[in-house]
Design a protein around this ligand. Structure first.
Ligand code: XIL
Length: 383
């Protein structure tokens, strides 16, 4: 009994020591890049604590919002590169793999992009010219610094058909191929990615596979696919994630988990998704953890992260990067989406920038010390 207690104690002490001494980027250095999406306070270093945390833990960065069309190109002919330049400078100074997110998306794109002076939709050629000009201005400016671009974001609907966005309505289905061609012309060295959520779901996954095969058959350069990775404690299952990664890797693409977070709050009735246009009103029961996360949910979150990273490590030959969508719980978009003003806990660092049990669980998984028990069906997926 005494001996058991001692061994258990030593085990915990050892695990704690080894975790405290390593960092995410160090733990996964032979596996994949570890990234985070940054806000201006982090890359301009007005929040010094979070900036220091980024430098210590991550070796890749994505911009949460500042490269999106509405920020960088708010009006016709008017570009505002101020924040983007700071973002890129932060990455260059700290030798981080800098990601561009994103060039073409239906959301956070001003309406003027699609309209003429009379507010009618422009024609195909006009929109193609605007697309080309934007991609050349933005991707061209950061040539040699931004290593990879989410060229097209979220082009698919849940059923796997193309989302009927203004891009598609005006240009036609080939707007995606055109965006990739322009990006390749603007920066021939950059890696080019297709990025979307819910690619673990069968119909959407099939749609993405068809889309990518078409691009490849047409000789369009596409290097990788981003599984956004906006997950919950239960969904998608590890099996679905495992299959999605294997399916896209088989196409010869790099696979990336580009926007990882784990939502711990009750869902207001929608299927698991990251559809930014979905909005729900706050109501009783939707914001249960305003005074902290209960220990059992904290443990569930740690287990979920350990399980997810076991699957990612299994595919470390195909996965080139895992990026968290935010640095600390306090700056996660999940505090305000799909319900405004909640207190969520989706990341590895808490509101004080301190590592959570989920952080230790991820490191232990990396070190092959999966102290956290995987359930029978799921352990088959572990390394
Ligand atoms: C989100 C940002 O995190 C929010 O700050 C913003 O208000 C809306 O967009 N899929 C994507 C990301 O590709 O760009 C989205 O980011 C989250 C869903």
């Amino acid at each position: 009994m005494k001996l058991l207690y001692l061994t258990g104690f030593l085990g915990i002490a050892l695990a704690t020591t080894s975790c405290a001494q390593t960092t995410l980027k160090e733990a996964f250095k032979n596996d994949f890049l570890i990234g985070a999406a940054l806000s201006p306070a982090q890359f301009c270093e007005s929040n010094q604590v979070e900036a220091a945390l980024v430098k210590a833990q991550f070796n890749s960065i994505s911009p949460e919002n500042i490269l999106k069309w509405e920020v960088i190109h708010p009006e016709p002919g008017k570009y505002d590169f101020a924040l983007a330049d700071r973002y890129v400078e932060f990455g260059v100074t700290n030798q981080l793999a800098i990601i561009g997110h994103n060039l073409i998306w239906h959301s956070q794109t001003p309406d003027w992009v699609f309209r003429d002076a009379k507010s009618n939709y422009v024609d195909r050629d006009t929109l193609l010219a605007r697309m080309r000009e934007h991609i050349f201005a933005v991707a061209g400016r950061y040539q040699g610094k931004i290593i990879g671009w989410d060229v097209v974001n979220e082009a698919l609907a849940d059923n796997g058909t193309l989302r009927d966005s203004p891009w598609r309505k005006i240009i036609g289905d080939d707007y995606i191929a055109k965006a990739f061609e322009f990006a390749h012309e603007a920066d021939p060295q950059a890696e080019l990615y297709y990025n979307d959520f819910s690619l673990e779901n069968e119909p959407k996954q099939a749609g993405a596979v068809a889309l990518i095969k078409n691009l490849q058959a047409a000789g369009v350069k596409i290097c990788g696919v981003g599984l956004q990775g906006h997950y919950s404690l239960e969904k998608p299952t590890l099996q679905k994630i495992d299959k999605a990664i294997a399916t896209f890797a088989k196409l010869g693409l790099k696979v990336m988990v580009t926007e990882l977070d784990v939502n711990v709050l009750p869902s207001p009735g929608h299927a698991l998704s990251a559809e930014v246009s979905e909005r729900y009103r706050m109501s009783a029961g939707l914001n249960p953890y305003t005074n902290g996360l209960p220990a059992d949910v904290q443990q569930q979150l740690a287990q979920r992260y350990a399980d997810l990273f076991s699957v990612f490590l299994k595919h470390r030959g195909s996965i080139s990067r895992v990026t968290f969508w935010g640095v600390t719980d306090g700056n996660s978009w999940l505090n305000d989406w799909p319900v405004q003003g909640r207190t969520n806990y989706p990341l590895l660092f808490n509101r004080e920038s301190k590592p959570k049990p989920a952080f230790d669980a991820v490191l232990k998984t990396a070190l092959g010390k999966t102290a956290i028990k995987l359930s029978a069906g799921e352990s088959a997926l572990a390394r």
